[in-house]
Design a protein around this ligand. Structure first.
Ligand code: FES
Ligand code: FES
Length: 153
């Protein structure tokens, strides 16, 4: 069946089964491979995208549930004010190690900062607790979010 979805401000028509996870539509149909597959069960956060600005796990989001929602992926997060600040802080703090989890981390951090310009430590912990990093970059992630928040108006 054909579904029309809005990804990064562009409309795409995709012909897939309705229960196809958004993750695979992004990666396999639209060729946007920045969003990663980790667990497929909403346990790791690697597949995080924004749906109407909120962090969401694309691995458990059937494309039939997307409707007219606005989807933002790592490919376009730098065009948002919060995303640009987060990406700069990530580079400044040299957060990334292997990189596999990092698109999801950046998407969760950007959603946090867009909703809460000056998050507390517990706000950061709550927003980021579902994003697993097997390289253990957690302390740099926290510092980068704090740096990005300091540059918020
Ligand atoms: S792949 Fe979606 S949460 Fe792990
Ligand atoms: S940077 Fe390697 S899993 Fe997070």
């Amino acid at each position: 069946m054909a579904y029309t979805i809005d990804v990064n401000g562009k409309t795409h028509s995709v012909d897939v089964d309705g229960d196809t996870p958004l993750l695979w539509v992004l990666r396999d149909v639209l060729g946007m491979t920045g969003t990663k597959f980790g667990c497929g069960m909403a346990l790791c956060g690697a597949c995080t995208v924004h749906i109407n600005g909120a962090a969401a796990r694309s691995c458990i989001t059937p494309v039939s549930n997307v409707g007219k929602s606005r989807i933002t992926t790592i490919e376009a997060i730098g065009a948002t004010a919060a995303g640009a600040r987060i990406q700069k802080a990530w580079l400044d703090r040299e957060v990334v190690q292997c990189g596999y989890c990092q698109s999801g981390q950046i998407m969760s951090a950007s959603a946090l900062l867009a909703a809460n310009a000056h998050p507390t430590d517990s706000d950061i912990d709550a927003a980021m607790s579902g994003n697993i990093c097997r390289c253990g970059t957690y302390s740099r992630i926290r510092e980068a979010i704090k740096q990005a928040a300091q540059s918020s108006t």
